[in-house]
Design a protein around this ligand. Structure first.
Ligand code: D41
Length: 681
């Protein structure tokens, strides 16, 4: 081979490498940052493989910004410390709307202006703050915040994070650019990590933040690479050799164009009122976000105003973190009680020293079952960490073993039901212990009646838990069938009831008799028969008699019904008592339109997935869901590429943004009502 042929080959190879790098960067960005891949994983892997093969053959062509260079660095013996080009400031906190208003006032005072201030709002990710340095668009250093002045060099580790560009995309970035952001671990990654830890007999992480911190602190970057960390960029620190836009939001948007992940929830609002509205918006959204946030960061949007406001000691005057109430707190476990559920399941309930967490005072937390009690190694008298997120039942996350007092008492599961004294049993391989009392057990009867009356079942307005308990305690009702024989006086004499509310309740009972077959099946509380299964059963069998006489084989013909559910249904109708209750309900006048036996294929929305978001004026979201399902649609809680249509009411947020970015059909309430009309006619 001649020298010139060699050179040509090298040029060609260099070109091919460059193309591959560009494509890998583009598709990596679609996958890690936009969460919207254009090509299947195998195609990405194939390109990566080709890149690796060429680089193995021509090691002189390997550049630090090659996607192959994210992993594989030799483990370090220690982290070196680095001085930040520009101090990393901290954030002042606001804990109330008054604090927020005072912040806005202070800014206007300092600026000697009454004009409404524009604020950029973004979630405050509960993770680890870091700084990334880019020279000519190539990542050269990553560092932890440390004390703000100096941090640790974690370049090898940040390189492994898919959402951190190792070479910037697009153009127009300053020659020297320091980008700051928060590294966090989304819930999905956290759950997977802890599941693996438990399987390997390792200690699980307490929360996603600790897991993210631990993952970054690895001297061996291959461990960091195995953790699905994400970075959200939130500001630019130092820069030189280029210009940036004149508002915070426009800078953030630039960072997005250069390949960084930026928050989908970012907004610009006007004044303190706008900030408070945003607080409420994000507080509502918080439980459904796939990552932890501990508040909101508000920043004066104008860079010129930021400049003139400056900073005091370590925090800028132009930014503030409005914190949500903490979701985790420390308290004492005073006792454990055992509750009996509708299906007899015995749930250990922690009785806690009351503590303010997640915005409410919590004095009970569920311990789920015996496995959970064992996992936590918990004893009465222990100091525990309780967590309450959104509307979720408070949980005990962990025990502070170092604070265990002497004489802390082990937790013993009862051998007899604490309510009816029937024996308690656990099936092979099940963590759940159950009371075997069935209808004999007053606790199970109460729960069955509460379920029967609940909103998604027979929807008896005004028949709340407290009233059910009184009715059963006073022996006014024994089973759900007795509800329809209640007398006005019996009800009026109950605590906190009167003649008016008694009339209302009797009226609601009367109304509830007109129901659907699906609701009726669901209301019976057959084990494992939830709303969706009840709907499938109703559609398949069409009427009570064919459902009652169905064999396990017949039942398994129904969508989503397997041997276990089929068996529960057969067992339910094999019990004389249950049949007597069902007959009594029908005799009392409970009725529905016998649905014609329909196979799902003939339903107009069969195979289509809908998502409902925001609020609807003419009905609840729940009702909208039921209507759609009755037409055969699947209704999902989140938007993905599989979604066919999003119904968006006022207040729609991230789901709407996502649907729009995926090009999914979006309709408003009016269009939704028209669709229903068309389907009905
Ligand atoms: O999401 C965050 N945790 C976050 C942190 C954020 N969205 N913005 C931030 N902005 C700043 C300033 C205003 C100082 C640029 C921050 C932080 N700082 C911060 N994180 C840790 C210390 C300071």
């Amino acid at each position: 081979m001649t020298a010139s042929a060699d050179a040509k080959t090298i040029t060609e190879v260099t070109q091919r490498l460059e193309t591959l790098k560009q494509q890998l960067i583009y598709h990596g960005h679609r996958y890690y940052v936009l969460d919207d891949p254009e090509i299947p994983d195998v195609e990405y892997d194939r390109m990566f493989q080709e890149l690796s093969t060429i680089e193995a053959q021509y090691p002189q062509l390997i550049s630090p910004d090659s996607p192959s260079q994210r992993v594989g660095a030799a483990p370090l013996s220690e982290f070196t410390s680095v001085r930040h080009e520009m101090r990393m400031l901290s954030l002042d906190n606001a804990f109330s709307s008054e604090d927020m208003q005072a912040f806005d006032e202070r800014i206007k005072d300092r600026l000697k202006s009454d004009a409404t201030i524009e604020y950029a709002c973004e979630p405050k990710f509960d993770g680890i703050a870091i700084s990334l340095l880019y020279r000519d668009g190539v990542l050269v250093r990553g560092a932890t915040r440390g004390d703000g002045e100096t941090g640790e060099d974690i370049t090898q580790n940040v390189r492994t994070i898919g959402s951190i560009p190792i070479r910037l995309m697009g153009e127009g970035y300053p020659a020297n650019l320091e980008v700051r952001g928060e590294i966090y671990l989304p819930h999905k990654g956290f759950d997977a990590l802890n599941k693996k830890a438990l399987e390997n007999g390792d200690k699980p992480f307490v929360n996603p933040r600790n897991a993210a911190a631990g993952s970054l602190r690895q001297l061996d970057s291959s461990i960091t690479a195995s953790r699905p960390l994400v970075m959200c960029a939130y500001s630019v620190g130092w820069y030189e050799g280029g210009e940036l836009p004149d508002t915070h939001m426009a800078i953030i948007e630039k960072l997005g164009q250069w390949g960084f992940f930026i928050s989908d929830q970012r907004r610009v609002v006007e004044g303190a009122d706008g900030c408070l509205d945003y607080y409420q918006y994000l507080e509502k959204l918080r439980p459904s976000l796939p990552f932890d946030i501990d508040g909101i960061v508000f920043k004066v949007n104008s860079m010129a105003l930021q400049q003139s406001l400056g900073f005091v000691s370590r925090a800028p005057r132009w930014a503030i973190a409005h914190k949500f109430p903490a979701q985790e707190e420390v308290t004492l476990l005073k006792d454990v009680e055992f509750q009996v559920g509708r299906t007899g399941a015995i749930t250990p309930v922690a009785k806690l020293e009351p503590v303010f967490v997640g915005g409410v005072t919590v004095s009970n937390a569920t311990l789920h079952n015996r496995d959970e009690v064992e996992r936590l190694q918990i004893k009465i008298g222990d100091t525990v960490i309780v967590r309450r997120a959104g509307d979720v039942i408070p949980q005990i996350v962990s025990v502070v073993l170092s604070k265990r007092p002497e004489g802390a008492q082990s937790i013993h599961f009862p051998e007899r039901c604490p309510v009816c004294q029937s024996p308690v049993e656990a099936k092979e391989g099940e963590a759940v212990y159950r009371c075997t009392g069935g209808f004999v057990c007053e606790a199970q009867r109460k729960e069955a009646i509460k379920h029967f009356a609940s909103r998604n079942a027979m929807d008896v307005d005004g028949l709340g838990d407290k009233i059910v308990e009184q009715l059963v305690d006073n022996a006014l009702i024994h089973s759900v069938a007795d509800l329809f024989a209640l007398k006005r006086d019996d009800v009026a004499n109950l605590e906190r009831m009167g003649e008016k509310s008694a009339d209302n309740l009797l009226h609601a009972l009367q109304e509830s008799k007109n129901t659907t077959f699906a609701r009726f099946i669901f209301s019976l509380g057959i084990r494992e028969v939830g709303q969706a299964t009840a709907r499938n059963l109703a559609q398949y069998f069409g009427g009570l008699d064919s459902l009652r006489t169905a064999s396990a084989e017949d039942l398994q013909e129904v969508d989503d019904v397997g041997p276990v559910v089929a068996d529960f249904v057969v067992q339910f109708f094999a019990q004389e008592q249950n049949n007597a209750v069902v007959d009594a309900l029908v005799a009392a006048g409970v009725h529905w339109q016998e649905t014609e036996k329909v196979t799902p294929e003939v339903l107009p929305l069969n195979g289509q997935t809908f998502v409902l978001t925001g609020s609807l004026e003419s009905m609840s979201r729940n009702d909208g869901k039921e209507i759609l399902q009755n037409f055969g649609a699947k209704v999902s809680g989140s938007v993905s590429a599989k979604t066919d249509c999003l119904v968006a009411g006022p207040g729609a947020g991230s789901k709407l943004t996502k649907a729009e970015s995926l090009g999914i059909k979006v309709i408003d309430e009016q269009a939704f009502l028209e669709l229903i009309e068309t389907l009905r006619s």
